[in-house]
Design a protein around this ligand. Structure first.
Ligand SMILES: Nc1ncnc2c1ncn2[C@@H]1O[C@H](COP(=O)(O)OP(=O)(O)O)[C@@H](O)[C@H]1O
Ligand SMILES: [Mg+2]
Length: 244
C-alpha cells in the first residue's frame, strides 16, 4: 500500500488561478516519485500541501492528504513532522548562522524517538564523508551550495522521517554534484525505506532514481507512462534546466 496519498488536492492563492489543480499521486515506502515541471508549474505548492508549509491566510487548500493511512491535511507542519514527514525546501534549507554540528543537532531534535540516533549519524557521515572535513566553526551560510544541500540531506537522515520531500535538489548545482546528491538520496531511500518525493525541472537529474514520473503544467499533474518515458520527456524539453 502507498504510504503517502494525495487525492484531488487543489491550492489556490487569493490572487490568481489555482497553483495546484486537482492533483493526485501516491508514494510507497522505498519508492521514489518525481514531479517534473517548469518554473511556476505548481511544484512547490504541491509539496507544501503535503508538509503543511502553506501560508495561513490568502490560501485555500482542498482535497485529501494521508500518510500511513491517516488523514493529515488539517494538521499544522509541526504535527505533520511528527507523523514522519521531512521537507527540504528549495531555499533556506539549513540554518545559515549555525555551524554544521549545530545544524545537525537541530535536525536530531526533530526525531520522533532518540532510539537509532547513533545509527542515523553513522549513515549520514557514511553517505557524505566530506561532512566531517568541513571547517567545524564556520557558519553554514558560508558553505557552497553543494555543501549546504549535503548538510540538508544529512539533517534529513538524522531527523529520521518516513517521508522525504525534496524541492528542486538539482537547482544551481554542477552536474557532478547533482549525481552525488541523487545517489545519496537513492541510498537513504533504500536503507531507510523512505517514501521519497522529488520535484525538479530536469529529467536528467532524477531519471535514475524515479520509480514513477509525473509532469506538472499550470497546476495539473499527469502520470507519465509507457516505454522510454525519460527519453520522451527529454525530447519534450524537460531537460532544459540542466546545469552546464
Ligand atoms: N505565496 C504565494 N502567493 C501567491 N501566489 C503564489 C504564492 N506562491 C506561489 N504562487 C503562484 O502559484 C503558482 C505556482 O507556484 P509554485 O508552486 O511556486 O511553482 P513551482 O514550484 O513549480 O515554480 C505560480 O503562479 C506562483 O506565482
Ligand atoms: Mg518551486
Amino acid at each position: 500500500m502507498s504510504h503517502v496519498e494525495v487525492t484531488d488536492v487543489s491550492v489556490r492563492y487569493s490572487r490568481g488561478a489555482a497553483a495546484v489543480h486537482g492533483a493526485s499521486l501516491s508514494v510507497a515506502r522505498g519508492e521514489c516519485v518525481v514531479v517534473l515541471g517548469a518554473n511556476g508549474a505548481g511544484k512547490t505548492s504541491l509539496v507544501r500541501s503535503i508538509c503543511g508549509f502553506l501560508p495561513h491566510e490568502n490560501v485555500q487548500v482542498s482535497g485529501q492528504v494521508s500518510v500511513g493511512g491517516t488523514s493529515i491535511g488539517r494538521l499544522d507542519p509541526a504535527r505533520r513532522a511528527r507523523r514522519g514527514i521531512a521537507y527540504i525546501p528549495e531555499r533556506d534549507k539549513i540554518f545559515r548562522e549555525l555551524n554544521v554540528s549545530e545544524n545537525l543537532e537541530i535536525f536530531a531534535q526533530r526525531r520522533r524517538s532518540k532510539a537509532g540516533l547513533a545509527d542515523d549519524r553513522e549513515l549520514a557521515f557514511d553517505v557524505f564523508p566530506a561532512l566531517t572535513k568541513l571547517p567545524a566553526g564556520r557558519p553554514a551560510g558560508f558553505l557552497s551550495g553543494g555543501e549546504q544541500q549535503m548538510l540538508a540531506i544529512s539533517g534529513a537522515i538524522i531527523s529520521s522521517p518516513d517521508v522525504l520531500l525534496v524541492d528542486e535538489p538539482s537547482l544551481g548545482l554542477a552536474p557532478i554534484i547533482v549525481l552525488e546528491m541523487m545517489s545519496a538520496l537513492g541510498r537513504i531511500m533504500a536503507e531507510r525505506e523512505l517514501a521519497l518525493l522529488l520535484v525538479d525541472q530536469n529529467v536528467r537529474s532524477t531519471q535514475h532514481l524515479a520509480h514513477h514520473v509525473y509532469t506538472m503544467d499550470s497546476g495539473v499533474l499527469r502520470l507519465e507512462t509507457g516505454p522510454n518515458v525519460h527519453e520522451r520527456l527529454i525530447r519534450e524539453g524537460y531537460s532544459k534546466a540542466v546545469a552546464s
